[in-house]
Design a protein around this ligand. Structure first.
Ligand SMILES: [Zn+2]
Length: 109
């Protein structure tokens, strides 16, 4: 049987390694979460620019394009992926199973 002290040392080494790995996992998770949030924000900003551009083009050619009363598919996607699209919680993550009246109001008014 191996020396007790040796086993304890091995356990300590293993524990340190596991803790370091856990810290890494948390950091990666956090950075993934940040990226997803940033991604949602950028897509919403892009959608605003698109809408604005479409608005400008509409005026330019003086022609009626599709009704703006239609729910915006990009925003619906972002909302379905679990991010707020409302102004109050802009691009924040929705909790599991959480819904938001402000978002729904904005999407389906
Ligand atoms: Zn919301």
């Amino acid at each position: 049987m191996a020396d007790k002290k040796e086993i304890l040392e091995q356990l300590n080494t293993l524990e340190d390694a596991l803790n370091a790995t856990l810290t890494q996992v948390s950091a990666i998770r956090q950075s993934l979460d940040d990226s997803q949030k940033e991604n949602a924000t950028l897509r919403m900003e892009l959608e605003k620019v698109r809408e604005h551009l479409a608005e400008l083009e509409k005026h330019e050619i003086e022609e009626k394009t599709e009704s703006s009363d239609e729910p915006n598919p990009t925003l619906i996607n972002i909302f379905n992926e679990g991010f707020h699209v409302c102004h109050l919680h802009y691009a924040e993550r929705l909790d599991e199973g959480e819904s938001c009246l402000d978002c729904l109001e904005l999407l389906y008014r």
